[in-house]
Design a protein around this ligand. Structure first.
Ligand code: C2E
Ligand code: CA
Ligand code: CA
Length: 644
């Protein structure tokens, strides 16, 4: 449609507008069949689609009337022409609104943009109407054809493009760069088509140019693809659904299934399990949505309203699950609950449910109770404190307490080593024990700073004790396998020991086995590096994990700490005693020292002595005490010469 060009009528093809309707319909189908976050941008987006479909229809009717060359239709033609333009500019207007909304622009700025956009819209549409009414933009040819000028439309189009590009440029810092490129790209192609159309004197693709940014918006902003084999969507979508439910005061049920074996990077549920998850989702509840939280965890959200008989349904799904479980026989944890106002308001179901999973033993189904929320809140409080300790990285942090359990050296009959054990002391909870914060600290990556603090406090105490003349060989500190992998690990340990004026010989590190083959080589390197500084290494909790002898022997440990479960086992029957005894004997033969943990009474002491023990540790001698009290167990005076 060019400046008074008679050709414009013939240069129109219906194909462009039909395509617009077709593509918009597909977009709507995609939105309906996928899980889409119900944000404000989505509603703007839906309005844009609706307007484009209307504009395409108006454009088709307009061109249809145009070719009739019938004076009876003149009024309709004028009206449709102006209407079409108004719709297109309205789309432009919504694009602007969309950008301000998507970029979370500051409230005041967004208002300025909206006002500018409304003024622009009003000015262009008014100009268009005025020109049409005054006849300045329209003429009738001798053969009855309507010839019209598009100059106002083109000016408006150009102005709006400049306005939108300016707006995009303005918000560039608020949006992710690649998202910007996506929008720029789509707008670029749209302008290109528009220019080509102008050069060729065509008019069929005008509406189409607006569909291109729409596709970019769908793909970048609203696509939330299913995991096609599981039928799940991601965590963010879950938060979104909770938000919507909460806003509508709609109650729901949640079911979480956790398979610990598949948690972790690179692991995936095997196909058989995927197949049953896929089937499970729709079979037992109406309108349920599945969310994949991690490789080993899926959560199902089910609106109560659509499933009034949910108790019956929960029973049925659990029965079916047990049946399936016979086939797979993998450790699982299941948590079931009803929406809780407090958790919905804070939108914290994922961390709430995960904290419950953490506290559950394998192969259990847990129904959420009120206490769970209280415990979760306590956990959250601890977690906040851990985050704060982590960020401050203050080695003197008073919230981290060093406790200590003396270790009996059977060769000397003295307590000349000890194990440092951590506690937290927080305002609202008082003393917090390791089982309540070590797993959290490990999960969130806060563990290393805690280790640094406990090591520092331990070093300070060793220094004090030796200065006062107490005999203490070394104190062992627990270190998590996770932190050893860190590049700076050896340097950090080294620095703290040195800064306290100690040598490596005065410190030992306790660590448990890692099940991962990949960790093995890194651990070996780090252990060797620190051993060169004199630091000893203890293998902690022997007998609780999947002890892999080959790997244990492959690492240069000094002491093997037999877990309390081995002491208990040895006391329970003769066969177990033989096994423990032989294991301990073998280690001793290979120049490891054997330490028994959890020695609670004289019977334990005697048995362990018969089972190649070099060291004993447990309540029989002392519970863990604040590290200042370790002196009560130590001797003063010069050290005796001894081996081991
Ligand atoms: P662990 O390293 O095996 O520590 C020994 C645990 O056994 C301690 O529990 C100790 O209080 C307890 N224990 C000692 N003697 C006996 C006994 O005779 N009978 C029984 N039943 N238990 C006994 P605690 O202090 O609660 O620590 C639990 C776990 O938390 C530790 O197990 C260790 O894995 C972890 N942990 C403690 N402190 C630290 C730390 O500073 N860093 C790291 N990474 N982990 C720590
Ligand atoms: Ca330990
Ligand atoms: Ca242990």
């Amino acid at each position: 449609m060019e400046h008074f060009s008679a050709n414009s009528i013939d240069s129109y093809s219906i194909a462009g507008d039909v395509s617009v309707i077709a593509i918009c319909s597909v977009v709507v189908v995609l939105l309906m069949t996928s899980y889409v976050s119900r944000t404000r941008t989505l509603y703007i987006f839906l309005n844009i689609i609706a307007l484009l479909v209307c504009a395409a229809v108006v454009s088709m009717v307009f061109h249809h009337l145009l070719v009739q060359r019938n004076p009876e239709f003149y009024t309709a033609i004028y009206v449709l022409h102006v209407l079409y333009h108004a719709m297109i500019f309205n789309v432009f207007f919504l694009f602007g609104l969309y950008i301000t909304e998507a970029s979370n622009m500051e409230h005041r700025q967004a208002r300025v943009v909206a006002i500018a956009s409304v003024l622009l819209f009003a000015a262009i549409v008014t100009a268009d109407i005025v020109r049409t009414v005054t006849g300045a933009g329209v003429r009738t040819a001798e053969d009855g054809a309507v010839i019209y000028s598009e100059s106002i439309f083109l000016i408006g189009y150009a102005l709006y493009i400049i306005f939108l590009l300016g707006l995009l440029y303005h918000v560039r810092g608020l949006l992710y760069r690649r998202v910007m490129y996506g929008f720029y790209g789509a707008i670029g192609v749209a302008i290109l088509i528009r220019v080509i159309q102008m050069i060729l004197g065509h008019s069929s693709l005008t509406t189409m140019t607006f569909v291109l940014p729409v596709i970019a918006m769908l793909y970048i902003m609203h696509s939330n693809p299913y995991n096609v084999t599981l039928g799940t969507v991601d965590v963010r979508s879950m938060e979104d659904m909770v938000r919507t439910f909460y806003a509508r005061k709609e109650e729901f049920i949640f079911l979480s299934m956790y398979l610990p074996e598949f948690d972790g990077e690179g692991k995936e549920l095997p196909e058989e399990i995927r197949a049953s998850v896929r089937q499970f989702s729709g079979r037992f509840f109406r309108s349920c949505v599945l969310f994949q939280i991690s490789n080993g965890q899926v959560i199902m959200l089910v609106p109560k309203r659509r499933n009034p008989d949910y108790e019956k349904r929960i029973r049925r799904i659990l029965e079916a699950f047990q049946e399936e479980h016979q086939k797979f026989n993998l450790p699982y944890k299941i948590v079931i609950g009803e929406s809780i106002e407090e958790i919905s308001r804070r939108n914290e179901y994922v961390s709430f449910i995960q904290s419950i999973h953490r506290s559950l033993p394998d192969n259990t189904v847990h129904r959420i109770r009120e206490e769970d929320v209280a415990r979760f809140n306590r956990n959250e409080y601890i977690l906040q404190a851990l985050a704060d300790i982590h960020s401050k990285r203050d080695l003197e942090d008073p919230r981290v307490l060093a406790f200590c359990q003396p270790v009996m050296n059977l060769q000397t009959g003295q307590f000349d080593t000890a194990e440092a054990l951590m506690r937290l002391k927080l305002d609202k909870t008082g003393i917090v024990y390791p089982d309540q914060f070590i797993p959290l600290a490990e999960q969130y990556g806060y563990i290393h700073v805690l280790t640094e603090i406990i090591l520092h406090k331990t070093c300070q105490e060793i220094r004090r004790l030796t200065e006062e003349g107490f005999q203490i060989d070394r104190i062992s500190v627990n270190v998590s396998v996770l932190e050893i992998k860190d590049e700076d690990f050896c340097n950090d340990i080294d620095r703290i020991i040195e800064s306290n004026g100690l040598t490596g010989e005065q410190i030992a590190i306790e660590m448990t086995e890692s099940r991962s083959e990949a960790d093995f080589m890194i651990m070996k390197e780090k252990i060797e590096e620190l051993r060169r500084k004199g630091i000893r290494f203890y293998l902690d909790d022997f007998g609780t994990g999947y002890s892999n002898m080959e790997r244990i022997m492959g690492l240069p440990f000094d002491i093997i700490k037999f877990d309390r479960s081995m002491v208990i086992a040895a006391g329970s029957d003769e066969r177990s005693e033989k096994i423990v005894e032989n294991l301990a004997h073998m280690f001793r033969e290979m120049d490891y020292s054997v330490l028994y943990e959890g020695v609670e009474n004289d019977v334990d002491v005697e048995r362990c002595q018969e089972m190649s023990a070099s060291y004993l540790q447990g309540y029989r001698y002392s519970r863990p005490v604040p590290i200042m009290r370790l002196r009560e167990f130590l001797k003063k005076g010069p050290k005796k010469d001894r081996a081991g």
